[in-house]
Design a protein around this ligand. Structure first.
Ligand code: SF4
Length: 335
C-alpha cells in the first residue's frame, strides 16, 4: 500500500471572509429523530463551529457518530421525523440553513452558495446522460450563461475539476471511480459556491486515488473556498485539513489545528487519541468496546465505558472548553 506522505502545511492563520465573518457559523446544532415506538435518537448534540474562506475543516469519527446527519442538516436533507435546534448561518447575510424552506435552499443556496461533493459520485450522476449534458444543464439552471455559451461554460467547469475534456461525452458507467469523483466535483463547482461540503469523498477509492482526490479538493480550498470534509479516513483528513473536529456519540469532543492534532502535541481527548492509535501506521491498537446506542446514551461522558482515564468525575457531562470536551484531557505529546 502506498503510504501518504505527512502533511507539512504550515498552521493556518485565522482566515476570514472579506466581510470579517466566517463563511459558515454553526451554533448549538442538535438533531434528534423520533422513531416508531417512542424511541428518541440524539444523533447530533450541541455542535458549534465556524468555517472560514480558504480553510478546510475535517469532521472525523467512527460510523454512526453523527457526521453525516450533521451534513444532511446543513443541506436541508433531513427526513420529516428529524427535530432540529440551533443555527447554521451562511455569511454574509445568508439564510439560516436550518430554518430556510426548501424553495429558498434550492433557489439561492444549493449549488450557488453551498456546493455538495457527494459520497457516491456515480450514484449522484444521472446514469443515462453524458457528463457534458449534466454539466450544461447545471450551468443553465444556476448561472446566467446564455444558451449559446453553455458548451464552453460546461468545459470550463470540467477543467476546474481536472476532468478531461475528451471524456465529457461519456456516461457515468464509462468512468473510473476517480473520474466520477471529478465529474461530481465539477458539478459542485459550477455555481462558484464559496463553501463546499464533501461527504466521505474518498469512500471506496484506493489509497493512491484518495491522495489524488484530496489534493484536488485542497486546490479549491487554496483558491479561497471553504471546505467541510466529512470523513472516517484519518489519513485523508491529515492530508487536506487545516483543522479537525472529532465527533463521538453526536458531540464534538475535540476541535484542534490539524498540525497539532496529527503531529505534536497530538490529540488531547482519549477517544481522539484512540482513533489515531488504531491506525495501522501508528500503534494499530483498536479502541476497546463499541460506541453507545444514540437512543441510550449514558449519563455524563458517553466515552466513559471505553475510556482508560475515566474517573468518578466523568459521570458529569464534560463541556467543550479550550478545544476539548474531557475532564482529564491528555497534555503530553505522544511517544
Ligand atoms: S471525560 Fe472522563 S471518560 Fe470522558 S473522555 Fe475524558 S477522561 Fe474519559
Amino acid at each position: 500500500m502506498t503510504e501518504a506522505p505527512p502533511t507539512t502545511r504550515p498552521a493556518p492563520p485565522a482566515r476570514r471572509s472579506p466581510e470579517g465573518e466566517p463563511l459558515l457559523s454553526v451554533a448549538g446544532l442538535s438533531v434528534r429523530f423520533l422513531m416508531p415506538g417512542g424511541r428518541d435518537v440524539a444523533a447530533v448534540e450541541d455542535v458549534s463551529f465556524d468555517l472560514a474562506a480558504g480553510e478546510c475543516l475535517a469532521l472525523v469519527g467512527e460510523s454512526g457518530c453523527g457526521k453525516s446527519v450533521l451534513a444532511s442538516a446543513l443541506l436541508g436533507l433531513l427526513p420529516a421525523n428529524a427535530m432540529v435546534r440551533g443555527g447554521a448561518r451562511l455569511a454574509p447575510e445568508g439564510p439560516d440553513l436550518l430554518t430556510a424552506d426548501q424553495a429558498t435552499l434550492s433557489r439561492t443556496v444549493r449549488g450557488r452558495r453551498l456546493g455538495l461533493i457527494p459520497q457516491s459520485p456515480s450514484a449522484h450522476l444521472t446514469p443515462v446522460r453524458t457528463v457534458r449534458s449534466q454539466l450544461e444543464e447545471t450551468v443553465r439552471e444556476i448561472t446566467d450563461v446564455p444558451r449559446s455559451k453553455l458548451r464552453a461554460a460546461g468545459e470550463r467547469a470540467a477543467e476546474r475539476a481536472a476532468f478531461p475534456l475528451d471524456h465529457l461525452d461519456r456516461h457515468p458507467h464509462q468512468l473510473s471511480g476517480g473520474l466520477a469523483q471529478r465529474a461530481a466535483t465539477a458539478l459542485a463547482l459550477v455555481g462558484d459556491a464559496p463553501l463546499l461540503i464533501a461527504d466521505e469523498p474518498t469512500t471506496g477509492l484506493d489509497r493512491d486515488l484518495v491522495d489524488r482526490t484530496v489534493d484536488e479538493l485542497r486546490r479549491h480550498v487554496d483558491d479561497g473556498r471553504g471546505l467541510l470534509v466529512i470523513t472516517h479516513d484519518l489519513a485523508a483528513a491529515e492530508r487536506i485539513a487545516d483543522r479537525v473536529a472529532v465527533m463521538y456519540a453526536g458531540r464534538i469532543v475535540e476541535l484542534a489545528r490539524a498540525d497539532a492534532f496529527f503531529g505534536s502535541p497530538g490529540p488531547r481527548h482519549p477517544y481522539a487519541a484512540g482513533l489515531l492509535d488504531a491506525l495501522p501506521e501508528r500503534a494499530f491498537t483498536p479502541i476497546p468496546g463499541m460506541p453507545p446506542e444514540l437512543d441510550a446514551l449514558p449519563a455524563g461522558c458517553a466515552f466513559a465505558p471505553r475510556c482508560p482515564a475515566a474517573t468518578d468525575a466523568c459521570g458529569a457531562l464534560p463541556a467543550l472548553a479550550g478545544g476539548v470536551a474531557c475532564h482529564h484531557p491528555r497534555e503530553a505529546a505522544r511517544a
